[in-house]
Design a protein around this ligand. Sequence first.
Ligand SMILES: NC(=O)C1=CN([C@@H]2O[C@H](COP(=O)(O)OP(=O)(O)OC[C@H]3O[C@@H](n4cnc5c(N)ncnc54)[C@H](OP(=O)(O)O)[C@@H]3O)[C@@H](O)[C@H]2O)C=CC1
Ligand SMILES: O=C1O[C@H](COP(=O)(O)O)[C@@H](O)[C@H](O)[C@H]1O
Length: 497
Amino acid sequence: MNHETGPLGMSNSEVDLALFGALGDLALRKLYPALYQLDREGLLPETTRVLGLARQEYDTAAFQARVTEALKQRVKASELDKESLKRFLARLDYARVDFNQVEGYEAIRGWREGSPRPMIVYLAVPASIYGSICRNLQASGSLDGETRVVVEKPIGYDLESSQEINDAIGEVFPESRVYRIDHYLGKETVQNLIALRFANPLFGTQWNQNHISHVEITVAEQVGIEGRWGYFDQAGQLRDMVQNHLLQLVCLIAMDPPANLDADAIRDEKVKVLKALKPFGTESLGRDVVRGQYTAGTSGGQSVPGYLEEEGANTESHTETFVAMKTEVANWRWAGVPFYLRTGKRMPEKLSQIVIHFRQQPHYIFDPDQRSLAANKLIIRLQPEEGIALQVLTKDSGLDKGMRLRPGPLHLDFSSAFPKSRIPDAYERLLLEVMKGQQYLFVRRDEVEYAWRWCDQLIAAWEAHDSPPRRYPAGSWGPVASIAMITQDGRSWYEDY
Ligand SMILES: NC(=O)C1=CN([C@@H]2O[C@H](COP(=O)(O)OP(=O)(O)OC[C@H]3O[C@@H](n4cnc5c(N)ncnc54)[C@H](OP(=O)(O)O)[C@@H]3O)[C@@H](O)[C@H]2O)C=CC1
Ligand SMILES: O=C1O[C@H](COP(=O)(O)O)[C@@H](O)[C@H](O)[C@H]1O
């Protein structure tokens, strides 16, 4: 094992992890599989222990059995070996606690008795109870000056509610010990964006409005709302996906080079991008933003219900399950370069990709019929099949082709380029970084707030117009208007890879 050594001679990642919401969806689907994989790869120090906290009547053995069941559903059988599983389960304890009652928090102190390791408190619970948990942790004497807290998105529903939540966390934890998760920042290719942009002079010199004509970001989900009507109908796709994941991607594409890789150097640059996002006015709202809601259709060859027929649905709902928009980062580097964003549920496939479209050569000398081909594209695929492809033009081979051009990719497919390395899930990376005490992949308070500020003005404009979302059948690429939105600029959503 290779862990850096920290204070007290312990490795920086030697920690105790208290997991609030231990029997919830996020914990079962994402956190235990990620912790298990870290353990299996030898990245969890032997001393690391996990205390699961929830209000159900379990004992440690029943909890371990529930975690085993979750791992069997989520981890490939070939990666779930007996020895690793046994070692992982031995780290787990359980305590039944009502998070709103300070009395139950004694269980944490008991579990921590004598531990020299810092504690990580992971709040896998609704944001509405973050404040109450932080206060109870403090009142029960469970904290020390090293405890870190991890919180999930969405932080609030708008700027005001996010400020209340962040204030409540901030009364107990300084910003340097708050880790706000946006799991897109843990995805392998998203981190590669930083390497690609700032390690390659080839791109560094071209990365601005002189050389880039437009940027596309598609985050398409095949799933619907997965039984989360209660949460999703209050949120909608703008709050659920754009306010956090898509705006983080915009930041990483548009930010200026940070002075170094320190968390605050990176986050300072991201905040500048959020501040420079152009707000929508009445005219641009109608032209540059499309909201959609799925109706019944097919997904993966199966018939699926429309949004208004999902379990628990309110048939009057105008909540959007799809958004497409054209926006701009109004600054020196990006003025005049459209950023086209689209994200939706129940699309034909799961596909997250960024396409950087470079400008054409100023003077074109090849076949006029091929002129539309004549621009390079950089395609950054986040999922599935993570990879990066640069589309370049070469001469078509063959004696009869003359100087015909042929577009083709210079392709880096991560799984074939690095065949032995498993691509880790985002939560593995993020958990590891919290354990090491490194914040650069986590979102600072001002980032959350500037992102809300921009979304709030858009939501206010929608509410003022109160028009229903456009319908699109499940299994399609969204409302036709989202295609018209980009074709009105003489462009189209990129579909090949
Ligand atoms: N699920 C996901 O894929 C994602 C989730 N998130 C965020 O992660 C967080 C957790 O989400 P998710 O796992 O889906 O939520 P769940 O509702 O599935 O899980 C929450 C857990 O917290 C427990 N809990 C809630 N209130 C209390 C309380 N007062 N006392 C004791 N236990 C309590 C619940 O217990 P009980 O079952 O008894 O109510 C449950 O175990 C949320 O902030 C969510 O927005 C973010 C991205 C994706
Ligand atoms: O945060 C969320 O993300 C998921 C999509 O994540 P991905 O890693 O599968 O792309 C989304 O389904 C969910 O609604 C949202 O809350």
